[in-house]
Design a protein around this ligand. Structure first.
Ligand SMILES: [Mg+2]
Length: 370
């Protein structure tokens, strides 16, 4: 089997409602679908979702890198030698984790479909047949809006992710308090600060964090302040997750070595693909650090990849962030994910286990619309 073509399709897609967190406001999303076809007629799909908070890549740069660097490197090669191909790509595609993640995903999907096995089998096999997921409540100036979203989501999810850091610190903690009061004590809450607090903010927030009953803080301090996190983490009785601080496998090793967090978010997109995410997860697990599978709220292809990765990890410290497709107006895969009892089933079919609607990809093609 040889790779015959590598294609990138930029999509025009949008969210059902605006989603705010960190310094980011998202109403549309610059996703790109990568399609790798083999000479025996099998197609594999990957999805890039380049968000500015994590990468300098854009929708246009993803398409150009795939067309100008990835395609010439991969065409004619055997997709079965995936890790070797990723090494070849490393030499020509640098500092573009979201592009490489989409290609890695498409290679895994292609191989899985060709061999008629699910991607999780290629990653070492399934440790679970469903994974718990959390809902997410975007930041809003108006606490009543956050309360309304949180209450609605608490019908579906046992865990909710909230955001803080954008507002004045006490006002942000008031918003979290309002959500806690509305959802009651049985819903588990954690907060992603996207690195926007200073060490002083964290010290000041800690008593109220405990009082509100938050299970975990994700990236409370910027990566450069990791040493403070290291000092403060010892005094905490809650988990600290590293997200923005872990962009590479060696970042994961550093967090594990310096013990600046108790959990590492191993989202496959920001880490440059499921292969790197699996390595980061193995380093974390081997160092006694927990892992969780994050995302940047992707559509059905990258989300299916997240589910396959979550299936292959022996231990997950927290629920996964894999309900992205539910936030989009448009859908490119079937079946739509379904959250049952707070969990999503791991797709069992070959490859990623989802069917990609290529007609819909053509219809959503941003180039056809401009
Ligand atoms: Mg995060």
């Amino acid at each position: 089997m040889k790779i015959q073509s590598v294609e990138a399709v930029p999509l025009t897609v949008s969210f059902r409602t605006a989603f705010r967190f960190g310094t980011t406001d998202r109403t549309t999303s610059p996703n790109v679908v990568v399609i790798i076809r083999s000479d025996d007629g099998v197609a594999g799909y990957g999805e890039a979702c380049p968000v500015p908070a994590f990468t300098g890549e854009t929708q246009k740069s993803v398409v150009e890198l795939v067309e100008q660097r990835v395609a010439p490197t991969l065409i004619g090669k055997d997709p079965g030698n995936r890790v070797r191909l990723l090494g070849d790509l490393e030499r020509v595609v640098r500092s573009a984790p979201f592009t490489v993640a989409a290609v890695d995903t498409a290679l895994l999907d292609l191989l899985g479909r060709a061999l008629q096995v699910p991607v999780h089998t290629l990653l070492g096999g399934a440790c679970r047949d469903r994974t718990e997921v959390h809902g997410s409540v975007g930041w809003d100036e108006d606490p009543a809006k956050m309360v309304e979203t949180a209450v609605a989501q608490s019908q579906t999810y046992r865990w909710l992710k909230l955001y803080a850091g954008r507002g004045e610190i006490d006002a942000d903690l008031d918003r979290l308090r309002a959500v806690r009061d509305a959802v009651g004590p049985d819903i588990e809450l954690f907060v992603d600060i996207n690195g926007m607090w200073t060490p002083s903010d964290l010290v000041r927030a800690l008593p109220r964090v405990g009082e509100i009953g938050l299970a975990m803080l994700e990236q409370p301090l910027p990566p450069a302040a990791a040493a403070f996190q290291h000092q403060l983490v010892g005094d905490l009785r809650i988990d600290i997750a590293a997200d923005e601080a872990v962009r590479t496998v060696s970042d994961a090793a550093r967090v594990a070595r310096e013990r600046t967090a108790t959990v590492i978010n191993v989202g496959h997109a920001k880490l440059g693909g499921p292969t790197a995410a699996l390595q980061a997860a193995q380093i974390a697990a081997g160092s006694g650090v927990g892992v969780m599978v994050g995302s940047v709220i992707e559509m059905g292809i990258a989300t299916a990849m997240g589910l396959q990765l979550a299936a292959a990890l022996p231990r997950l410290g927290y629920p996964s962030y894999l309900m992205g497709p539910l936030k989009y107006r448009q859908q490119i895969t079937e079946p739509q994910i379904e959250v049952l009892d707070g969990h999503i089933a791991v797709p069992r079919g070959p490859g990623l286990g989802v069917t990609v609607d290529e007609n819909e990809l053509r219809r959503l093609d941003a180039r056809a619309r401009s």
